[in-house]
Design a protein around this ligand. Structure first.
Ligand code: FE
Ligand code: FE
Ligand code: ZN
Length: 277
């Protein structure tokens, strides 16, 4: 089953997101828990959440891939920023227990000038203070393009975080196609090998979700500029190959392409037409 969707606005609540997903042919989606700059989050209305859960059940939705604020940096060189990040993630995970069993995706962080070893250590240290054995949400580390001092520029860095985290059964990985392409993984010519490398380094059981984006730049560029599906350097054939790959086939796929809702509806339609059960 192809579970596919895009980012939706949380501003009208949970049920509204479920309805909008149906309108564009989606059966999963992503949303930011609060404004991307990390402001305060709205109170949860349990009635509204239950209406979304009903829509999801009735329409066979896949798991949701909720996105942490971009500005959260668990490995900042600034103590206040680190503490703020910890507070936001803890609060988000607590709130997500009202829609149990979904995914919470975050950018591991930027080490600033501290070096990746220090960054990895800080991120794992923070996760050790945030994750709880009782939570139903799996937290996903996103693969990053390696822009600036981003951690997660290769599979090894994600593995190193997982290895240093106590409740690592609560951790998974979200594969962003634009990011790994920009990071130097040739998913156009060697997707099988990239998946094998993922399996060898991290383990395929950790692969939980995909961000499906084309890229404005070439493989290894470390730029992180998303393009519409089929309108970048990755191209439509590789995209179709990726969504049909046995390692990807049943994972939630989230589009983060520069589109309005009509554009997302079109991309979802094209990808569905090229998906074989
Ligand atoms: Fe992201
Ligand atoms: Fe992404
Ligand atoms: Zn990106």
């Amino acid at each position: 089953m192809l579970y596919i969707g895009c980012h939706l606005s949380y501003s009208k609540g949970y049920e509204a997101m479920g309805r909008q997903a149906l309108e564009i042919g989606a059966n999963t989606f992503a949303f930011f828990t609060r404004n991307p700059r990390g402001g305060s989050a709205k109170k949860i209305d349990n009635d509204d959440v239950n209406k979304l859960i009903n829509i999801m059940t009735a329409n066979n939705f896949g798991k949701l891939v909720v996105h942490a604020p971009y500005t959260m940096n668990l490995c900042s060189d600034n103590w206040d920023t680190r503490r703020f990040g910890k507070k936001i993630m803890s609060d988000d995970l607590m709130r997500m227990e009202s829609i149990p069993g979904n995914y919470y995706n975050f950018h591991p962080g930027c080490h600033m000038k501290q070096g990746s070893d220090k960054g990895i250590e800080l991120i794992a240290g923070q996760l050790n203070g945030i994750l709880s054995p009782k939570q139903s949400t799996i937290v996903l580390l996103e693969t990053m393009a390696g822009k600036g001092s981003e951690i997660g520029r290769n599979f090894e860095e994600l593995r190193a975080i997982i290895d240093r985290t106590e409740y690592s059964d609560k951790l998974g990985v979200c594969l962003d196609t634009c990011h790994i392409w920009d990071g130097g993984y040739d998913i156009v010519n060697n997707f099988d090998e990239v998946i094998e490398e993922f399996d060898y380094t991290i383990g395929l059981d950790r692969l939980k979700a995909v961000h499906l984006n084309d890229s404005l730049n070439s493989c290894g560029s470390h730029k992180d500029r998303h393009a519409k599906i089929g309108q970048g350097h990755i191209g439509i054939n590789a995209m179709i190959n990726i969504i049909n790959h046995p390692a990807i086939k049943n994972l939630p796929v989230i589009l983060e392409t520069p589109n309005d809702m009509n554009g997302y509806a079109r991309e979802i339609k094209v990808l569905r037409e090229n998906y074989s059960e």
